[in-house]
Design a protein around this ligand. Structure first.
Ligand code: ATP
Ligand code: MG
Length: 172
């Protein structure tokens, strides 16, 4: 299925709008209309939602969370940035593991299970992409999902039935 990333971002952000307001977090989005991929819209919305929900959970009230999607060559990049507590360098490679949480005592207050990022990683992998983190403790974090873009040609063709097969032309 051809998935329009602007719609995925809108869907994920809409689901978290009320939570953001109740935590006094400003949700900002900036999307490139040309960003589309092949895959599962619901899984992708879940992945983006997990990143946005983390960004809100591990930030203080009054801060901003920014979601951006853009096409970079053959890749669609979706970034979620926050101004929160950040993640120590020594923990950054482990947070994508199932059930892993930084500072269990502090994380327990937010009531999660440690599966959110494992799901994001899995969804990216099944779409042929990956997810990476950049973070500075005390300053915030940026998570980037990188997915193979649906090429303009392939995207346009997927809407139409196949015509003019190569087999027919061999008789010419
Ligand atoms: P769940 O998502 O299952 O409700 P969780 O948020 O603890 O629980 P993950 O989303 O997998 O689990 O995140 C793992 C850990 O990584 C978190 O417990 C937190 O310590 C850290 N983390 C994730 N995102 C951020 C972020 N944006 N800022 C700071 N720490 C983060
Ligand atoms: Mg989470």
């Amino acid at each position: 299925e051809l998935v329009e990333i602007p719609q995925v971002v809108a869907e994920a952000v809409d689901r978290l709008r009320v939570a953001a307001e109740s935590r006094d977090i400003t949700l900002e989005t900036s999307v490139d209309q040309r960003a589309s991929v092949f895959g599962d819209a619901e899984l992708l919305a879940t992945a983006v939602g997990n990143l946005v929900s983390n960004a809100m959970n591990y930030s203080e009230p009054g801060t901003r969370v920014a979601v951006a999607a853009r096409r970079v060559g053959d890749t669609v990049e979706i970034t979620v940035s926050d101004q929160g507590q950040g993640i120590p360098a020594t923990e950054q490679s482990r947070i994508f593991e199932r059930f892993y949480r930084v500072d269990a005592a502090r994380s327990r207050a937010t009531g999660g299970t440690g599966l959110g990022l494992a799901i994001v990683k899995h969804v990216c992998a099944t779409h042929g992409g990956d997810v990476a983190v950049w973070s500075e403790e005390g300053h915030g974090s940026t998570f980037t999902m990188r997915l193979p873009a649906a090429s303009d040609r392939t995207a346009a063709d997927s809407d139409r039935p196949q015509v003019g097969s190569a087999q027919g032309e061999q008789h010419g």
